[in-house]
Design a protein around this ligand. Structure first.
Ligand code: DGL
Length: 375
């Protein structure tokens, strides 16, 4: 894991030119590395200290040309190169970078979630670290963000950021997203707000945000629950905050965890059968998120196999494939009689994150239901 301090003055116009060329692929990273500003020994007084952890994704991606908005390669550009390509950051924060992973986020693993959360907690425990930014692929940023929202043990800002266009694209969204994320992570306003996801000038809560478009730069929305605020004109604006417990206020402690219980998702659709469910239970799932149609409805043919899984000790959580709204207890299924849990407003992928952590504490459906109403 490399750590660099990037703040020394270096003619910005020269750096901008070289990093534009670098991101366009015209300049090899070797040349750019030599042009990296010499690490500043002393941080700029008065600026917050922000550590930026690179994990990969499109924000670090490269396309064959500037119009290659799809079919590019994610996770190719080093985090210190991305930071150095935005000289304006010199006036925003004293930045250290760490390349913790370099992956496309569809391949992010639970082991990597645990490693990332543990590293974040070590860094935030250091008094001189004021906030953290994590660059990440957008495909699974919402799951990683929620996992961190439940496991980070600090009220200091943790801001996750990605991009929908690769780093060398025409109108790449990554640089401004990253600039805004560093600004937000160094702000006092972001303290105590839980883990935040900041793209497209908007600030969303980790619990509520989801990817709503495969490719447009406005893909991240908290749908009906709404944004928390904006980063605009180098300023941070909050208008509300989550009502759910997060970070320091959660009961989850991953410091000594090496693995998490297996939880799978069964997607609901017309005329489904239990082949996927049976396979997941046979593979050792300790929990199943049933992403049912409508209000988490359970098809007649699924009731027996789900109950059989329950009787084997598997926790069943009724979520919905719809993506918005409350899945109400004892609504579309007799949860009390079936000993099921409901996901409240969490989508299936977020419910999976919470259930994995819940199962590290208890196997009581009643206790797990409390967690779904708390976080
Ligand atoms: N492969 C996808 C990922 O790393 C690209 C999407 C993105 O990062 O925007 O999540």
């Amino acid at each position: 894991m490399q750590s660099h301090t990037l703040n020394a003055p270096f003619p910005a116009c020269i750096r901008r030119l070289f990093f534009t060329l670098l991101l366009s692929g015209a300049v090899t990273s070797v040349v750019a590395q030599e042009l990296q500003p010499v690490s500043a020994e002393s941080p700029t007084q008065g600026l917050p200290n922000v550590t930026v952890l690179g994990t990969g994704g499109t924000i670090a991606g490269t396309g064959a040309n500037r119009t290659a908005m799809v079919g590019y390669k994610a996770a190719t550009v080093a985090i210190d190169t991305l930071i150095a390509s935005i000289p304006e950051l010199n006036k925003v924060a004293n930045i250290k970078t760490e390349q913790i992973f370099q992956v496309a986020s569809e391949s992010m693993t639970v082991d990597q979630w645990l490693k990332l959360a543990k590293r974040v907690n070590v860094l935030l425990a250091q008094p001189h670290v004021d906030g953290i930014v994590i660059t990440h692929g957008t495909d699974t940023i919402e799951e990683t963000a929620y996992f961190l929202d439940l496991t980070v043990k600090s009220h200091k800002p943790v801001v996750m950021v990605g991009a929908m266009r690769p780093s060398n694209a025409l109108s790449a969204d990554g640089p401004l997203n990253l600039y805004n994320a560093v600004l937000l992570a160094g702000s006092k306003e972001a303290i105590g707000k839980g883990v935040l996801v900041a793209l497209n000038d908007q600030i969303n809560a980790a619990r509520d945000v989801t990817k709503t478009n495969t490719s447009t730069t406005d893909a991240f929305k908290s749908t009906e629950l709404g944004v928390l605020g904006y980063v605009q004109g180098r300023k941070v604006y909050f208008y509300r905050q989550s009502t759910r417990k997060n970070t320091l206020d959660t009961e989850f402690d991953i410091s000594n965890l090496a693995v998490l219980p297996r939880v799978d998702i069964v997607y609901g659709y017309a005329d489904m059968d239990s082949a996927a469910l049976d396979g997941q239970v046979a593979a050792g799932a300790k929990g199943i998120i049933h992403a049912g149609v409508g209000n988490g409805s359970v098809a007649a043919q699924m009731k027996v196999p789900l109950l059989a899984a329950r009787k084997k000790g598997v926790i069943i959580v009724r979520a919905s494939r719809v993506g918005q709204g409350i899945v109400a207890r004892n609504g579309e299924a007799s949860d009390d009689a079936l000993d099921f849990v409901v996901a409240d407003t969490l989508n299936a992928q977020k419910a999976r994150v919470l259930l994995m952590l819940g199962l590290t504490r208890t196997t009581s459906p009643q206790e797990i239901q409390r967690m779904f109403y708390t976080y």
